[in-house]
Design a binder for this molecule. Structure first.
Ligand code: FO1
Length: 315
């Protein structure tokens, strides 16, 4: 019987990550949970620094998120976009009017020399979010997708403009080799007694993080439960391009490919009961209903994972 984790670090990406985070924050108090978010999707747009995964998690935890999309502000309007269209702009990236307030304040703070970690803390505090929400790094890292049809594309052009339909040949994380995890992230990882990798897209949401020093080193050296949740269920992804890009990159679209992707970085793996026929070797495994249809599911899954971590005897 292990001790119940009291310093959990959750590594999260987009919508799937935000959902597990929304479950974890209901179980663990702010001093016991730190959420580290992918910033590989970030980009400059009309002079504004857009941080989609940070905003998705922030709006979700702040109770503002559009429940249908899983991103943006619920009930937001598009007066700004309509005005841009009047000037002939192709407004392919749908920025809501309330959402732009986030981008304006963040961009001004960054231009004033503040770190992304600091401005994120200010924004989350104003939204009443008490759990630490940390960008993976304060340095720019941009996921670039090499496609058959258009050559290399910046992430949001691939994901939003082309609706992730182009055929992926390869991807890279520009800037990751010069970036370092923030001091806040390093402290949280060093202090962690459990590390959870949310059911986010491994290649798009976690790989950018793992490409930044010293994530990989810290994960490998930490002798604590390090548990990933599969975003692939019964051969498909719940949301987004994970299944499609896995097929295009030549992987079996199965939880096993996800477990293999993380390899020695994880000591535990959670996957869906629908894939109970799969045998995953070399890790402790836990099967349950991993689909998070509503807030109750999120809290259930988060609780089950923490209970499992507590019940298992980890090396
Ligand atoms: N996703 C879309 O599919 N279409 C959009 O127009 C769109 C706009 C958008 C605006 C702000 C924001 O924070 C996120 C937005 N997203 C949009 C989602 C975003 O592209 C993805 O959530 C992440 O980059 C991948 O997890």
């Amino acid at each position: 019987m292990a001790l119940r984790p009291e310093h959990v670090v959750a590594l999260v990406g987009g919508v799937g990550g935000a959902k597990l985070a929304a479950g974890l924050v209901r179980i663990l108090p702010p001093e016991q949970l730190t959420i580290v978010v992918n910033t590989g999707d970030d980009f400059w747009h009309y002079g504004l620094r857009i941080c989609p995964d940070l905003d998705t998690v922030m709006y979700t935890l702040g109770g503002l998120v559009d429940p249908v999309n899983g991103w943006g502000v619920a009930g937001d309007t598009t007066a700004l976009l309509d005005a841009l269209k009047r000037y002939g702009e192709d407004a392919w990236f749908r920025l809501g009017d309330q959402d732009v307030a986030t981008h304006l304040l963040r961009s001004e703070a960054l231009r004033n020399g503040e770190r992304l970690t600091e401005v994120t803390r200010q924004l989350t505090n104003k939204l009443g979010i008490l759990h630490p929400l940390l960008p993976m790094t304060d340095a720019p890292v941009e996921t670039m997708i090499d496609t058959v049809e258009y050559g290399e594309l910046p992430f949001q052009t691939y994901f939003v403009r082309y609706r992730w339909q182009p055929t992926m040949k390869a991807l890279r994380y520009a800037g990751a080799d010069h970036a370092e995890a923030s001091p806040e992230v390093i402290a949280a990882l060093e202090n962690a007694d459990a590390i959870l990798i949310a059911p986010s897209n491994p290649w798009l949401s976690l790989a950018p993080m793992l490409a930044v020093k010293p994530f990989r080193e810290l994960l490998l050296e930490k002798n604590v439960p390090r548990v990933a949740v599969s975003p692939i269920v019964a051969g498909t992804a719940i949301k987004g391009p994970a299944a499609k890009l896995m097929a295009e990159l030549g992987y079996d679209v199965s939880p096993r490919s996800v477990a293999d992707f993380y390899g020695d970085l994880i000591s535990g793996f959670v996957y869906d009961i629908q894939d109970s026929n799969l045998k995953i070797s070399g890790k402790k495994t836990f099967m349950t209903d991993t689909i998070m249809r509503d807030q109750a599911d999120r809290e259930r899954l988060a609780g089950q994972i923490l209970d499992w971590i507590t019940a298992e005897v980890w090396d």
